[in-house]
Design a protein around this ligand. Structure first.
Ligand SMILES: Cc1ncc(COP(=O)(O)O)c(C=O)c1O
Length: 372
């Protein structure tokens, strides 16, 4: 049976082109800055996002961590969304390693943080009891809201709030966790430069929709990247002949159909098709929480990129298990949701097969206890 793995876009395998580029990559010791392929990738990423410099890191989590370490001193605080990745899914590294606290704000249903709330969240630097606000961080695209893209206008607005500070609190930088920045770029039809322009640092993952086996890139000013490089060293992330991995990234970031950015539009169309087909099925409903707060049917127009979140009026685990038995892999997501993610390797036929499997799994589990 062909497995249709919709658990995440991290399950993607490298393309044949990537494997060839990896096999042939010119490499050197990157800790000595001797690896031409890594240097080329870092320069390419910086150029695409309109920043001075880039840094290749093994993962998005490390990209966020070294960015926090480069921006913040111990005892400083980052203002971030309550459901953002560093807050929920990075093992508390902001606290354990960077020594920073987080002031969490509720994300809005469009994935944004309210600019007024961000302004109000700055601490009073004249009060010795309070942490010192040192950074604002946003997530683009925003996973908790079906990977919804945040616009350049919003990014500029929140950057202005961060840079202005509040009261006696001075301005701070803006970091963008752009693990899926390219989905936002393609979903909005804007350039990466427009999205990254207002931010002081941006991380993006190569190993999600772009289908590389490993890696993320951090970009920012030359001076910021120097501090991020030092932070990467501190957490043991300096790598040697890592051009073998960077070579796949260079393939992914090529312009046009030779690269992996443009084709994300197919994933978005596939996700929308899946959402439209299952939205009408009895037993499928709104994902709730901030993805779609209003109860009722799933609204496919919320699917702008490659995530489909929904809930089922079924025993969720039984439903997921029934799908797995039909070769369709999805995951349980917070707030009682089910998540299906489209990506490279998932074709339109797979989506049609997944739609049929959802219908069958709903029928099979219809007698199971109803979830509250
Ligand atoms: C929004 C977001 N940020 C950061 C990361 C971390 O990436 P990695 O898994 O490469 O550490 C993820 C991973 O799924 C993510 O979804």
């Amino acid at each position: 049976m062909r497995m249709i793995d919709l658990r995440s876009d991290t399950v993607t395998r490298p393309t044949p082109e990537m494997r060839r580029a990896m096999a042939e990559a010119e490499v050197g010791d990157d800790v000595f800055r001797d690896d031409p392929t890594v240097i080329a990738l870092e320069e390419r990423a910086a150029e695409l996002l309109g920043k001075e410099a880039g840094l290749f890191v093994p993962s998005g989590s490390m990209g966020n961590l070294v960015s926090l370490m480069a921006h913040l001193g111990r005892g400083q605080e980052v203002i971030a969304g309550r459901q953002s990745h560093p807050v929920l899914h990075e093992a508390g590294s902001h606290a354990v390693v960077a020594g920073a606290s987080v002031r969490t704000l509720d994300e809005l249903p469009d994935g944004t943080l309210d600019p007024d709330e961000v302004r109000e969240a700055f601490r009073d630097p004249t009060d010795e009891h309070e942490p010192i606000t040192g950074l604002v961080a946003i997530e683009n695209a925003n996973a908790a809201t079906m990977n919804r893209p945040l616009t350049p206008a919003y990014t500029a607005e929140i950057a202005a709030v961060a840079h202005a500070g509040h009261g006696t609190a001075p301005g701070v930088p803006l970091h963008v966790d752009g693990a899926r920045l390219w989905n936002a770029v393609v979903g909005l039809g804007v350039s990466a430069r427009e999205l990254a322009g207002p931010a002081d640092s941006v991380t993006f993952c190569l190993s999600k929709g772009l289908a590389c086996p490993v890696g993320s890139v951090v970009v920012g000013s030359r001076e910021f990247i120097w501090r991020a490089r030092r932070a990467r060293k501190l957490v043991g992330g300096g790598m040697r002949q890592v051009g073998i991995l960077a070579a796949a990234g260079l393939v992914a970031l090529r312009d046009g159909p030779a690269g992996m950015i443009e084709r994300l539009a197919e994933d978005h169309a596939n996700a929308r098709r899946l959402a439209e087909a299952i939205a009408d099925m009895d037993g499928v409903e709104s994902p709730g929480d901030i993805a779609q707060p209003e109860p009722g049917p799933l609204d496919p127009s919320r699917v702008v990129t490659n995530f489909v979140l929904f809930r089922v009026r079924r025993d969720r685990e039984a439903f997921i298990e029934a799908l797995w038995r039909r070769g369709v892999l999805v995951v349980a997501f917070p707030h009682g949701q089910v998540r299906a993610v489209t990506h490279y390797g998932i074709e339109r036929d797979d989506i049609e097969a997944a739609i049929a499997a959802v219908s069958e799994a709903l029928a099979e589990t219809s007698l199971a206890p109803v979830v509250a």
